[in-house]
Design a protein around this ligand. Structure first.
Ligand code: ARG
Length: 400
């Protein structure tokens, strides 16, 4: 470790141009030595290279944190229990990973004695809010720097700044897109997508097959849940990270999971977002189905609007808000009976539920059937309707 008299900053490092430039910039502007932190929340690539690159640029330490399990257990599973979708479409890929990254940054700041944390977010996005609020919730004594929010460098200026200081610049022609990816999916913004009228070009997609090119035969899979947690795929017990990855690949290979939406950002901007989230969407669909089979009506009807609140709070950077603790406790309580198996059918971009079963099923054939085995009390129905409709009848007699 470096001279402890030097002030340290813990930087959320991505290996990209901006956060690479930041290592030099933080030293020049604030005299800070960088501890670069790379958090692997799933599907990260080139971590070792990035780690070495941070050190080459001048970071005093570069730490890679494998947080896949923790991300699945403490962030994805609570979100799945809440069927969390922002604006009914977005599974919160980035919104869920930012609080995880904050946790790691704060832990490392505390362990290394750094008094400052820096992140690479710009002023226009939601991620800056999630970092700032997350860090302040976890350790209000830490200072936060967001260089990209203050330096106002264009891409050209960043490249020039990097070239002057010998910071490696991307070799291959840069993708026009801004991409964020983890175990729960992939987000794509910018470039040609900024025209909402333009259909996303095929080069946007990396984990889904174009529906038209997907296999001509449908495929069925069975997902088994135990108290709200997916535990098996086609009868094979699997660790959660592997299960999510496998469902994601399979669903994506059948062209399912592309989302193209107009999204309301917290900072007031409408933005056009493209997501590839086959696994997350399939798991949410299957999970909801088991809930619909195992939970009573009042509980489901009360839970659905709270799911939206959960998604909004997560999207808006409130993961560590005490309201979220309360919502997570509520969601957890609702999951005890949510066990069973769902059969999903994927075919050329679609995912439908083809069957469901559960030891806790509230579906009662005798009560539901119109056939000869009917056990429903037809006699009681007449009186039920009479009293249920009584206020309406009284109203109708009086109303003009
Ligand atoms: N619009 C999404 C969100 O706010 C995706 C953000 C992606 N972040 C990124 N740095 N590319 O959650």
């Amino acid at each position: 470790m470096n001279d402890s008299a030097d002030k340290k900053v813990v930087l959320a490092y991505s290996g990209g141009l901006d956060t690479s430039v930041m290592i030099a910039w933080l030293k020049e502007k604030y005299g800070l030595d960088t501890v670069a932190v790379l958090v692997d929340a799933g599907r990260a690539s080139g971590l070792d290279e990035h780690q070495q690159k941070a050190l080459d640029i001048g970071a005093v330490e570069a730490v890679v944190v494998d947080a896949k399990e923790e991300f699945a257990r403490d962030f994805i599973l609570p979100a799945l229990a809440a069927n969390a979708l922002y604006e009914e479409k977005y599974v919160l890929v980035s919104a869920l990973s930012r609080p995880l990254i904050c946790k790691k940054l704060v832990e490392i700041a505390q362990a290394t004695g750094a008094s400052t944390i820096a992140h690479g977010c710009t002023a226009k996005g939601n991620d800056q809010v999630r970092f700032d609020l997350g860090i302040r919730s976890l350790d209000p004594s830490l200072e936060i720097l967001a260089p990209a929010r203050e330096w106002n460098m264009t891409r050209e200026q960043s490249l020039e700044y990097a070239a002057e200081r010998g910071i490696p610049i991307p070799l291959k022609k840069d993708s026009p897109y801004s991409i964020d990816e983890n175990l729960w999916g992939r987000t794509v913004e910018c470039g040609p997508l900024e025209d909402p009228w333009l259909e996303p070009p095929e080069d946007v997609f990396a984990v889904t097959t174009a529906p038209a090119l997907a296999p001509d035969e449908p495929v069925y899979i069975e997902i088994t849940f135990a108290s709200g947690v997916p535990v098996a795929l086609d009868g094979r017990q699997m660790a959660i990270v592997d299960l999510i990855n496998e469902v994601d690949q399979l669903a994506g290979s059948h062209g399912f999971g592309r989302v193209d939406m107009m999204e309301n950002r917290l900072v007031g901007i409408k933005s056009r977002e493209v997501y590839e989230t086959p696994g997350a969407l399939a798991l949410i669909q299957a999970h909801k189905e088991i809930e619909d089979m195992t939970l009573p009506r009042e509980l489901i009807h009360f839970k659905r609007p709270l799911e939206q609140k959960f998604a909004d709070m997560t999207y808006n950077g409130g993961w560590f808000d005490p309201l979220m603790d309360a919502l997570r406790a509520f969601m957890a309580e609702t999951q005890k009976q949510v066990s069973g198996t769902v059969r999903l059918k994927f075919f050329k971009g679609s995912c439908v539920v083809a069957g469901r079963k559960s030891p806790n099923s509230m579906y009662d054939f005798g009560l539901a059937t119109y056939g000869g085995e009917d056990a429903f009390s037809h006699d009681a129905a007449k009186g039920f309707c009479e009293l249920w409709g009584l206020p309406l009848e009284v109203w109708a007699r009086k109303a003009k």
